[in-house]
Write a protein that binds this ligand. Sequence first.
Ligand SMILES: [Zn+2]
Length: 232
Amino acid sequence: MSLIADLWKLQETDVALDAFRASLEDAESRLGETEDLLSLRARAAESDAAVARARSEQRDIDREAEDVRAKIAPAEQKLYGGSLRQPKELADLQADIDQMKRQLAAIEDRDLEALSAVERAESEAVVVASERDAADAAFSDDQTGLRGRIAQLRTEIADAEDERREQAERIPAEELKRYARLRAAHNGRALARLDRTLCTGCRIGLPLNLVTRARSGSTLVQCPNCERILVT
Ligand SMILES: [Zn+2]
């Protein structure tokens, strides 16, 4: 194989390696939890905490109601038990009982509100938890896919590096140096194909004598404008 063909093969391998390495970097950067997932998990935890808070508030109100009921029952037994004879005593006790019942009714109203607050918190928590579960499942699939892709890219890179080593061994050191310099200076491409008389690297038309020399393949000819090595 001619030097120019060897260089072209080397560039194909290098371009492929560049693409593999960029894909690997991209895949590796996408490993791990995203901000969105983390904030969804935090929201789900907050919703669960809100449910626990609402339930505990409602239980406190329940206990408050129980305490008042526990006072009303013996007072009513006393009122109807016949132990009190004085109308004043009876009227006072009745007034106490009425007062406690009003208090109980107010507590029961608060209890209803607390119950519906529990229900609201619970349904909010169900929605957020299902969003989180869906995101977690998608994340887990995504990560599995990414890990497979990363393993595959590493194999492809190792293979391409082996190939590159063999290809580079066939090229004289001096030419390899020139190739590396041109590649670094020209966006990874040290060589450009000729399209009739046009350098496809910089889209400039070249003089015929230069094109003829490039076509002969006996020497390396560089584009006078972009300095890439011309390939026919
Ligand atoms: Zn050019």
